[in-house]
Write a protein that binds this ligand. Structure first.
Ligand code: DGY
Length: 336
C-alpha cells in the first residue's frame, strides 16, 4: 500500500478487501489500493496515510471519516460510503473542503426490510431461543405453552422513520394484516394512501404500538431518542426492534426497561459500539435477539452496494454528477 503512484492517474483507496471484478471499473481509470482484509477494519494510520494521497476513498460504515482525514486529504474529491447511512462521516466538514459524500440508497431497501421483519418475527415468536433449546437437547415433550411467543398478525406496528426502508417494512406488515402507525420528520401522504399508514406523534406511536420499529437515521436530533421515558410510554407487552443505528437508543435505558418489565422484548441488529462486547448487559437477556448489523447483508445486495459505490467514485472523478450524493451543496463548488 506504500508503493509508487502513477501521478497522472487518480489514486483510489478502498478500506476493505472487495472482489476484483467489482472494482475493475475503478482500476480502468485509476491506481487502486485496498486494505487487504475483509473482516478487519482499516488501521487508522493506514487510512490517514492513504487519504493523504487519495483522490477518492471508498469507505465502510465502520470507518470514522472526520476532519483529520479530510484535512490530510489534500487531493480528496469524493468519499463514497458503502452504506445508506453516513453518520460515520462529518458531512459539513466534507462540504467545507469541497469533497463529495456519496452513499448507497435504494439498492438495499427490500433486503433491509426483509431482515427487519425477520428480526421482528424472531423476537415475537422466540425463534432463536427455540433453536438453541432444541440443539441443547432440552426438548423433552410437546407442551401447551412451550416457547409460546406473541402473535404478529393483526397487531399494531409503529414505524419510527418512514423512509424507503420503513415503507418496505410497512408493505410487509400489510401482508400480515397489521395496523400501521408511523412517525417521521415529515408526513408522507402518498405512503398513507398506499399503505394505509397512520401518522402519529412519537408519544402516540409508542403508546399504541405492539411492535415499535426504529428505522430513523442517526443525527444530532435522534441520538438517544429512545430513552427511559420513551420505553416507559410503550406498552408492557411491546416489542422494540432496532435496525437503524445503535446510538438512536440509550442502551442503558433499554436494559433497565427490559429488566423492569416495562417492555416485553427487543430485537437489535445494531449497537452503539460495534462490534458489541460479548459481555454487554443486553446480550445477557433471554428476551433480546441480537444480530451483528446484517440488515443489508445478502450477497446480491452487498454487491449492488459495492457497485454503486464504484459508480459514485467514477462519476466524481470523470466530472459527472454521482447517482447518490449526500451533500448536494457540493455540486455548486466542485473541485476541478
Ligand atoms: C446501511 O447501509 O447504512 C446499513 O446499516 C448497512 O447494513
Amino acid at each position: 500500500m506504500e508503493g509508487e503512484i502513477d501521478m497522472d492517474k487518480p489514486y483510489i483507496f478502498i478500506t476493505r478487501k472487495l472482489p476484483e471484478e467489482v472494482i475493475a471499473p475503478l482500476r480502468a481509470i485509476g491506481e487502486v489500493e485496498m486494505w487487504p482484509y475483509d473482516d478487519v477494519p482499516v488501521a487508522r494510520d493506514v487510512l490517514l496515510a492513504n487519504a493523504k494521497k487519495a483522490d477518492a476513498l471508498l469507505t465502510m460504515l465502520s470507518d470514522r471519516i472526520d476532519r483529520e482525514v479530510m484535512e490530510v486529504g489534500e487531493k480528496l474529491k469524493v468519499v463514497a460510503n458503502m452504506a445508506v447511512g453516513f453518520d460515520n462521516i462529518d458531512v459539513p466538514v466534507a462540504t467545507e473542503y469541497g469533497i463529495a459524500v456519496c452513499n448507497t440508497p435504494d439498492v438495499l431497501n427490500d433486503t433491509t426490510a426483509d431482515l427487519t421483519f425477520a428480526l421482528l418475527l424472531a423476537t415475537a415468536r422466540r425463534i432463536v431461543e427455540a433453536a438453541e433449546y432444541i440443539k441443547a437437547g432440552e426438548w423433552k415433550s410437546w407442551s401447551p405453552f412451550l416457547l409460546a411467543g406473541t402473535d404478529v398478525h393483526h397487531k399494531t406496528i409503529g414505524i419510527v422513520g418512514l423512509g424507503k426502508i420503513g415503507q418496505a417494512v410497512a408493505k410487509r406488515a400489510k401482508g400480515f394484516d397489521m395496523n400501521i402507525l408511523y412517525h417521521n420528520r415529515t408526513r408522507n401522504e402518498e405512503a398513507e394512501r398506499q399503505l394505509g399508514a397512520v401518522y402519529c406523534t412519537f408519544q402516540q406511536l409508542l403508546q399504541a404500538a405492539d411492535f415499535v420499529v426504529c428505522l430513523t437515521p442517526l443525527t444530532a436530533e435522534t441520538r438517544h431518542l429512545f430513552n427511559r421515558q420513551a420505553f416507559r410510554w410503550m406498552k408492557k407487552s411491546a416489542i422494540f426492534i432496532n435496525a437503524s443505528r445503535g446510538a438512536v437508543v440509550d442502551e442503558e435505558a433499554l436494559y433497565e426497561a427490559l429488566v423492569a418489565g416495562e417492555i416485553a422484548a427487543a430485537g437489535l441488529d445494531v449497537f452503539t459500539k460495534e462490534p458489541v462486547d460479548p459481555s454487554h448487559p443486553l446480550l445477557s437477556l433471554k428476551n433480546v435477539v441480537a444480530l451483528p448489523h446484517i440488515g443489508s447483508a445478502s450477497i446480491e445486495t452487498r454487491r449492488k452496494m459495492m457497485e454503486r459505490s464504484c459508480r459514485n467514485i467514477l462519476a466524481v472523478l470523470t466530472g459527472e454528477t454521482p447517482e447518490a450524493l449526500v451533500n448536494t451543496e457540493w455540486l455548486a463548488q466542485k473541485r476541478s
